[in-house]
Structures are given as structure tokens and as C-alpha cells.
Write a protein that binds this ligand. Structure first.
Ligand code: ATP
Length: 358
């Protein structure tokens, strides 16, 4: 088992694109770590640079404390699973799983043992003689994982491991992957552009943008307290409301936004400061009866069914605000509603830089 330490890492392609642009990161021993971000943010390049498939232009990569920055991929102790699984079509499952051992000239009897043990761990028993074309997408994905695990790398690198599976299989494979990683305790870095997948699987998430790290934290931290409006926009199945506002009273005070005001703990942000107010639809509630304290008033425009919840869009003096309500409490369009939220859930961002202020 091993941790990964990345310092001042940059990966520049020959065309001058700084795909990874000065990054510091520590992945702990045994951690399940997600690299998350929009298309083109550099997450695959970072993973490939850790694996040694791209050369670092600046900085260092250490695996298990050893500097591997200039070490060739096969000698870094990493096992990688590619998005398309990269199975050998002419080899059966057993041969695919043990291929890395064959390359290392491990004896056939040992290879057979490893194949049957790994197939057991990954629920591939009974499929060892099949060729990849005779397997489902989910089974192919497990063969690719089995091959990575059988190679006994110190760290496992997964590039969008679930993206080729349909929605239902994806959920199954997600649960399977999480349990497998827990059982094996192997340090794992996986790339995804799917924030729900990162939130569900990872111990910690690194949110990337333009080759840089924008936030590093547990799923709970990045969901509840995004450190800037980029992360706030990117994380969450329903987008966070980001509303222009002005601090009315500082301290345990309030912030005014179109349609009224919300309670806010303003910290050192002074009264009259112009801010962007961040509030998740999940943390707003529709109040029935009298409200004391800060609240927003508006009219329901539309309601979308999300299953057990509905996402209701409310027009607050010309600004649209999303709020989730239990499905059975869904108000009809045209209804006047009053919204409020606990001060602890109301975030204040700098209007210009988008950085979290309080
Ligand atoms: P995606 O989710 O779409 O795979 P990503 O976050 O993994 O995106 P990368 O594939 O790492 O992003 O790409 C980062 C940047 O580097 C992009 O601007 C991309 O166009 C560029 N890039 C990637 N591969 C190369 C290459 N071989 N040569 C030049 N530029 C590249």
C-alpha cells in the first residue's frame, strides 16, 4: 500500500497546452480519491502523468515516498484501467487477467491460482474461458479491474471506469467498485466528470478547472461548502442558486436579494457589501403560515418531478430561485410562496472573484 505525493506538477503538451498547471496533491494510503471536473480540465492528463504515460514538464510525482517522476510506467507500481477497458480480444478472461504476470514470467501454475482467486473477488467465476466479445459491458469492466488488481500494483488508477455502462449497470458497478476498494484497501485514484459518481464513491474529491485544483475535500465539504462559485455550479444534481445580494446587517445578520432577504452569518463581510449569495435548492424550505425573520417571497413558475422530490422554480421579483420540496407538497404554478433557509446554509461569495467570503 502506498500514498501518492504530487508537488508543483505541470504537464505541457507539445502544442503548448498546459493541461496540468502547477498542482500539489497528496493522496493518502488506502484512500479512494476522485479527480472531478468538466471536459478538458486536465483530469485524464493528470492520471496519465501519475502513471507515467505522459511526461511531467515540471514538478515531481512520488509513489510510496519514491520519486517516480522519470521512472517508466511499468516500473512505477501502478495499475491502470482505461475507459474502454483495453482487453485483448484474442485472449480469454483468464489470460487477460494474468497477462501482466505472464510478462513478468510468473509460472503458469501461479498464474492459474491468481486468475481463479481474482475471478472470485470480482464475481467472474465461470467466465474464465470466455473471450471479451462474449461478455456484457459490466463483466468486461470487471475483467479490466481484475487484470489491474492481479498485477499487484501499489496504486490503482481508473479513467472513467463506469462511463461505458448503461445507467442501471453503472449503479450496480458503482456499488461493486466501492465495496471492492474497501475490501482491498488499495490506494485508488479515479477520474470522472460525473459529480454524483464522485460524491457517491470517493473519500475525497479534487475538483479541477483549467489544469488547476479548485477545491479539495470530502464529498460533504465540497457539496455543503464550495469554496468558489465554479465548484458551487459544478457540484449537485440540482444547481446551487447564485443570487446577487447585499449584506444588510453583518454578524448574525441578513442579506437582501430580489424578493426579500435571507438570514446569513456574514463573518467579516461588512454591511452594504455586494455579494453573490449561494443557497442550494435542498436547503431552502417553503414556509406555511407566518414568518418571522428574513424570507423570500415569490410565485411558483414551474415544478419538475425528481422522484420523491420536486424541484420548484420560484420567480422572486424577476429572479428565478430553485427549491426542492417533497413530491406530495408540490405547489401548483401561480401559487404565492414564502421561502427561508438556515443561516448556516447561506453562503456569501465575492461578487467579482467568486471566492467564498463567509
Ligand atoms: P475529458 O473529460 O473530456 O476526457 P479531461 O479533463 O480528461 O477531459 P484532458 O484529456 O486531460 O482533459 O485534456 C486537458 C487539455 O489538454 C485539453 O485542453 C485537451 O484539449 C488537451 N490535450 C489532451 N491531450 C492532448 C494531446 N495529446 N496533445 C495536445 N493537447 C492535448
Amino acid at each position: 500500500m502506498a500514498g501518492i505525493d504530487i508537488e508543483g506538477l505541470a504537464t505541457v503538451y507539445p502544442n503548448g497546452v498546459r493541461a496540468v498547471d502547477g498542482l500539489d496533491l497528496h493522496v493518502a494510503d488506502g484512500e479512494f480519491f476522485a479527480l472531478l471536473g468538466p471536459s478538458g480540465c486536465g483530469k485524464t492528463t493528470l492520471l496519465r502523468t501519475i502513471a507515467g504515460l505522459e511526461a511531467a514538464s515540471e514538478g515531481t510525482v512520488r509513489i510510496d515516498s519514491a520519486d517516480v517522476t522519470r521512472v517508466e510506467p511499468g516500473k512505477r507500481g501502478v495499475a491502470m484501467v482505461f475507459q474502454d477497458y483495453a482487453l485483448f480480444p484474442h485472449m480469454n478472461v483468464s489470460e487477460n487477467i494474468t497477462y501482466p504476470l505472464k510478462v513478468r514470467r510468473v509460472a503458469a501454475a501461479t498464474r492459474a491460482d491468481v486468475a481463479s482467486r481474482t475471478a472470485g473477488e470480482l464475481s467472474l467465476q465461470g467466465l474464465l474461458e470466455r473471450k471479451p466479445a462474449q461478455l456484457s459491458g459490466g463483466q468486461q469492466q470487471r475483467v479490466a479491474l481484475a487484470r489491474a488488481i492481479a498485477s499487484e500494483g501499489k496504486v490503482l488508477l481508473l479513467d472513467e471506469p463506469l462511463s461505458n455502462l448503461d445507467a442501471r449497470l453503472r449503479l450496480e458497478a458503482r456499488t461493486f467498485l466501492k465495496k471492492l476498494q474497501r475490501d482491498l484497501g488499495i490506494t485508488t485514484v479515479f477520474v470522472t466528470h460525473d459529480q454524483a459518481e464522485a460524491l457517491a464513491l470517493a473519500d475525497r474529491i479534487a475538483v479541477m478547472d483549467s489544469g488547476k485544483l479548485r477545491q479539495l475535500g470530502s464529498p460533504r465539504e465540497v457539496f455543503a461548502r464550495p469554496v468558489n462559485t465554479f465548484v458551487a455550479n459544478f457540484i449537485g444534481s440540482t444547481p446551487m442558486n447564485l443570487l446577487p445580494g447585499t449584506v444588510t446587517t453583518s454578524g448574525t445578520g441578513a442579506v437582501s436579494v430580489a424578493g426579500g432577504s435571507l438570514p446569513a452569518t456574514t463573518g467579516s463581510v461588512p454591511a452594504d457589501a455586494e455579494v453573490t449569495v449561494g443557497i442550494r435548492p435542498e436547503y431552502l424550505t417553503v414556509v406555511s403560515g407566518d414568518v418571522t425573520g428574513p424570507a423570500l417571497r415569490g410565485v411558483v413558475v414551474v415544478a419538475e418531478n425528481l422522484g420523491t422530490q420536486s424541484l420548484v422554480t420560484v420567480d422572486c421579483d424577476g429572479t428565478l430561485v430553485g427549491v426542492t420540496v417533497p413530491e406530495e407538497a408540490e405547489p401548483t404554478p401561480g401559487t404565492a410562496v414564502v421561502l427561508t433557509a438556515p443561516a448556516s446554509r447561506v453562503l456569501l461569495y465575492d461578487r467579482n472573484s467568486g471566492e467564498l467570503l463567509a
